[in-house]
Design a protein around this ligand. Sequence first.
Ligand SMILES: [Zn+2]
Length: 83
Amino acid sequence: MHNNICKHCLKQFSSRFKAYSCNECRDKDEGYFDEIEAYLKEYPNSNALQISEALGITAYQVLNYLKEGRLNINSGRFERIDD
Ligand SMILES: [Zn+2]
């Protein structure tokens, strides 16, 4: 079991696999993932900044999704943004 802290509501929870969002907040992520995926299908060479501007989320959030390994971008070129 992993002890996790939800990145949205900071609640502690445990799960079988390492997780970043609790069950209540997971829906928020899924929504963004779908949008990012759809956006990348249309504009495969977008970087995190372009995605964030198009979807109204921060580039930091986009990069977080990447870090979690939940976004797979094969044809897209993803640039890391210095913070
Ligand atoms: Zn949560």
